[in-house]
Design a protein around this ligand. Structure first.
Ligand code: PMP
Length: 440
C-alpha cells in the first residue's frame, strides 16, 4: 500500500493529516499509527457490538477491542447503563466509595492468589507500582523480565537484554538513562537453562521476576508448563516475588485468569503478585495490582512503599468494571467465548492449509494469535523472523475486506461476546481470499 494516501475524499486520511500537526505521529499511542504496516490509520467514529465504523463510515469486524478491554463487545447495554448512572452521581471525588470496595472484592473472588488489591488507572502504573512494592517488600533492587514481554512504559522496564547473562539490560527508549535499567535483567522466554543460570548468579539479589504468562506482546506465545514451574520453584527458593502481569490475560483467557490455566497443569500453582488492567475496567481507565496481605500491607498508608493517584478507583471507571465483571461472571460465558475463538483459529488454519500457506495459531479463552509459520514460536527472536511483507499483505487484505486485526505482527487478537459465528465465517472467508494472494 502507498505510505501516503492522496485521496481527498478519504476522511481517515484527512483526520490523520490534521492529527499529525498537533499530536506527535497523529496518535496518542504509537502502534495506532500503522507505522509497521503502512497506510492510513482508521479513525473510529463509533462502535457497537463486534464492529466499529471508521471516519469514512466503513464497517469493520473488530478483533482488537481496544487491545483487550472490550470483552463484551462495544456498547453492552448493562455496562452503558451502569456508566450513565454512575456519571450522574459524580465523575471523581478523590475520596473512597463503596463501588471501589465492591470491585476489589469481585477481583479477589476471581483471582484468589491475591488477598488485597489496589486500583490504579493504567497497566503501566500498575506494573510500575508492583515493582516498587516488590523492591520495598524484599529490600532488594534487581528485577528480572523476559524479552518480548511488555509491562508498560515505566523507565526500568524499557530495556533489552545486555550482551551476556552477567550484564544487565540496555534501554530501548531514548530518555531512559542506563543507570535506571542497570538493575533489570532480561532473559529469553521459555529458556529454562538461562533462567537457572541467572538465578544462580543473581537470585539472592532479585526482588521479583515479572512475566506475561501468555505473552500477548509478541503475538501469542505461552510460557511452557515446565518453564513456568521452574520460574515458580526458583522464585520460592531464592525469595524473589513471582509477579504475573495479567493486564492482557486477566479475566480474558479464563474466569480465574492465566494463573488458573497454569494451576490445571501445576497443582497448587500461584504467583505472589498479580497485575491487572484492560478487562477489569471494561474500556475505562482502570488497572490494579495485588498479592499476599503481608506484601500489600507494605503500601502507603500502612507501610513505607509510596503509591497514590488522583483518579485511582474512579467512580465511573469502577462502575464500568463492575458491570463488565458481572456479565462475564455469568455461567457459560468463557465456554462460549473460547469456542468462538477456536472456531476462528481453526477456520483460518483450514483456509491457509487449502491455499498452501504456512500458518499456525493458538488461543486461550478470548485471546488468540496466529503466525505465518508452520510451528508456534517459543520466544521473541523467533516471532520476529516473521516475513513483514507477507504479514502486511495479510493485514491490508483483511482491512480492505472489513476485518480489523492488530497493525503489527507482534500483537495478540481479541474475541468478544458480541462476535457471532456469522462474523467469524465472514472473517474466515475474507482470509481465504487473502491466503490465495499469499500463495502466489
Ligand atoms: N502489561 C501488559 C501485559 C500489557 O499488554 C500492557 C498494555 N498493552 C501493559 C502492561 C500496559 O498497560 P497500559 O497500556 O494500560 O499502560
Amino acid at each position: 500500500p502507498p505510505a501516503t494516501n492522496t485521496d481527498t475524499t478519504d476522511r481517515n486520511q484527512q483526520l490523520f493529516d490534521r492529527a499529525k500537526r498537533v499530536i506527535p505521529g497523529g496518535v496518542n499511542s504509537p502502534v495506532r499509527a500503522f507505522k509497521a504496516v503502512g497506510g492510513t490509520p482508521r479513525f473510529v467514529q463509533r462502535a457497537q457490538g463486534a464492529y466499529f465504523w471508521d471516519a469514512n463510515g466503513k464497517r469493520h469486524i473488530d478483533y482488537i477491542g481496544s487491545w483487550g478491554p472490550m470483552i463484551l463487545g462495544h456498547g453492552h447495554p448493562a455496562v452503558l447503563e451502569a456508566v450513565q448512572k454512575a456519571a450522574l452521581d459524580g465523575f471523581s471525588f478523590g475520596a473512597p466509595t463503596e463501588r471501589e470496595v465492591e470491585l476489589a472484592e469481585a477481583i479477589l473472588e476471581r483471582v484468589p492468589s491475591m488477598d488485597m488489591v489496589r486500583l490504579v488507572s493504567s497497566g503501566t502504573e500498575a506494573g510500575m507500582s508492583a515493582i516498587r512494592l516488590a523492591r520495598g517488600a524484599t529490600g532488594r533492587s534487581k528485577i528480572l523480565k523476559f524479552e518480548g514481554c511488555y509491562h508498560g512504559h515505566a523507565d526500568a522496564l524499557l530495556v533489552k537484554a545486555g550482551s551476556g547473562l552477567a550484564t544487565f539490560g540496555n534501554p530501548t527508549s531514548a530518555g531512559v538513562p542506563p543507570e535506571v535499567v542497570q538493575h533489570t535483567l532480561v532473559l529469553e522466554y521459555n529458556n529454562i537453562l538461562q533462567l537457572e543460570e541467572a538465578f544462580s548468579l543473581h537470585g539472592k539479589e532479585l526482588a521479583c521476576l515479572m512475566i506475561e504468562p501468555i505473552a500477548g506482546n509478541m503475538n501469542f506465545v505461552r510460557a511452557s508448563v515446565p518453564f513456568m514451574k521452574r520460574c515458580r520453584e526458583l522464585c520460592t527458593q531464592y525469595g524473589a516475588l513471582f509477579v504475573f502481569d495479567e493486564v492482557m490475560t486477566g479475566l480474558r483467557v479464563a474466569f480465574g485468569s492465566a494463573q488458573s490455566v497454569y494451576a490445571r497443569s501445576i497443582p497448587g500453582f500461584e504467583p505472589d503478585m498479580t497485575v491487572l488492567g484492560k478487562v477489569i475496567g471494561g474500556g475505562m481507565p482502570l488497572a490494579a495490582f495485588g498479592g499476599k496481605r503481608a506484601v500489600m500491607e507494605q503500601l502507603a498508608p500502612l507501610g513505607p512503599v509510596y503509591q497514590a493517584g488522583t483518579l485511582s478507583g474512579n467512580p465511573v471507571a469502577t462502575a464500568c468494571g463492575l458491570a463488565t465483571l458481572k456479565e462475564i461472571g455469568k455461567p457459560g460465558f468463557y465456554e462460549d467465548l473460547g469456542r468462538k475463538t477456536q472456531l476462528l483459529i481453526s477456520g483460518l488454519q483450514a483456509e491457509a492449509d487449502k491455499a498452501g500457506v504456512d500458518f499456525c495459531g493458538d488461543s486461550e479463552g478470548g485471546m488468540f494469535g496466529f503466525f505465518l509459520f508452520k510451528e508456534l514460536p517459543q520466544n521473541y527472536a523467533k516471532v520476529m523472523t516473521t516475513d513483514n511483507a507477507r504479514f502486511n499483505t495479510l493485514f491490508h487484505g483483511l482491512l480492505d475486506r472489513g476485518v480489523y486485526i492488530a497493525p503489527a505482527l507482534y500483537e495478540a487478537g481479541f474475541m468478544s461476546a458480541a462476535h457471532t459465528d456469522v462474523d467469524i465465517a465472514e472473517t474466515v472467508a475474507a482470509a481465504s481470499e487473502v491466503f490465495k494472494l499469499l500463495s502466489k
